[in-house]
Design a protein around this ligand. Structure first.
Ligand code: GDP
Length: 332
């Protein structure tokens, strides 16, 4: 053990001390076995805090204005006395080791705001690690008493689904479209978005932004209505992160949606389902980790992989063999 005082760290997190929170997140990011054990104890110690933030997932492609928006939006919230945490979930860092969202110069004003806490995405070896760290970091921010946790991601791969699975609301940020066709936004993302914000609705771009809002409002109306949505949702709105326009309206919509879901039991139900999915994901990840840790199993898997590739073994048959070996190793 590293001799970390978990109880003291838990106290610091609950007192809202930023250094303690930063340290706690570093702990949950670590993959060392002793750190994992400490992280587990810390999360357990904080589990009873009963504090709940509004967790807002925010996605958009690079350049759409995510950091500008988070800064303006975050400053508006802190000016209202709210405490805001910003976490980045960046699966590109899992692949390349470099982070799209990790740039330290981003959100300069918000990062100096005493009511805000900003944490870039760590570079992790695999997406499973990014997922775990992010869920745990969100839980830490809640225990630290933040009112709003913004979970930011770029629109690549599975990251939106991942973020939607740890958020109460999901916001998609888009740029004004040049033409009159929808910007190839994948249907799956439209289906998880609660609010589409078309950013850069200012200056020369304003007419295009308003057209884009109308296009998306039309497209959203064609989607099947979800049980967790009141009339009129999902919605599309125009904002300008740069000119800080439309932000109060966007926040009012988010609050209205969250309040409606709370009043109708969906808020608690979705959180419960997310907790179950988290648990099941942890079990899956644990099984994978066990497979990777065992040198004998790894060698067997490599050999069977070669055989499958060469056509001398059937994929399902080979997989069954590995699973049987894993079971035998678990009993041994
Ligand atoms: P990110 O990559 O999604 O985080 O995007 P950034 O926040 O870094 O913004 C990308 C570029 O768009 C920058 O040059 C910003 O100044 C610009 N930008 C962001 N928001 C707005 C906006 O509301 N209006 C205009 N005109 N430009 C914006």
């Amino acid at each position: 053990m590293t001799g970390l005082d978990v109880a003291e760290l838990a106290r610091g997190v609950q007192a809202g001390e930023r250094r303690a929170l930063a340290r706690a997140i570093t702990l949950v990011e670590s993959r060392r076995a002793d750190h994992r054990a400490e992280a587990g104890a810390l999360l357990e110690a904080l589990a009873g805090s009963g504090r709940q933030a509004l967790r807002i997932g925010l996605s958009g492609t690079p350049g759409v204005g995510k950091s500008t928006f988070i800064e303006s939006f975050g400053m508006m919230l802190t000016a209202q006395g709210l405490r805001v945490a910003v976490l980045a979930v960046d699966p590109s860092s899992a692949r390349s080791g470099g982070s799209i969202l990790g740039d330290k110069t981003r959100m300069d004003r918000l990062s100096r705001d005493p009511r805000a806490f900003i944490r870039p995405s760590p570079s992790q070896a695999q997406l499973g690690g990014v997922a775990r760290r992010s869920r745990e970091a969100v839980a830490l921010c809640e225990a630290a008493g933040f009112d709003v946790v913004l979970i930011e991601t770029v629109g690549v791969g599975q990251s939106e689904t991942l973020v939607a699975g740890m958020a109460d609301l999901f916001v998609l940020l888009l740029a004004p479209a040049g033409g009159d066709e929808l910007q190839g936004v994948k249907r799956g993302i439209m289906e998880i978005a609660d609010l589409i914000l078309v950013n850069k609705a200012d200056g020369d771009l304003k007419p295009a932004a308003l057209r884009t809002v109308a296009d998306y409002a039309g497209a959203l109306r064609l989607l099947r209505k979800r049980v967790q949505d009141p009339e009129g949702f999902p919605k599309a709105l125009a904002v300008s992160a740069l000119e800080e326009a439309g932000l109060a309206a966007a926040w009012a919509e988010m609050k209205a949606l969250a309040d409606w879901r709370r009043a109708n039991g969906h808020f608690v139900r979705v959180r419960a389902e997310q907790a179950r999915a988290w648990f099941e994901d942890e079990v899956r990840q644990g099984l994978l980790a066990r497979l990777e840790r065992d040198a004998g199993l790894r060698a067997r898997m490599a050999a069977l992989g070669d055989a499958v590739e060469a056509g001398s073994a059937a994929p399902s048959r080979a997989a069954a063999e590995v699973l049987a070996a894993l079971e035998a190793a678990g009993q041994g």
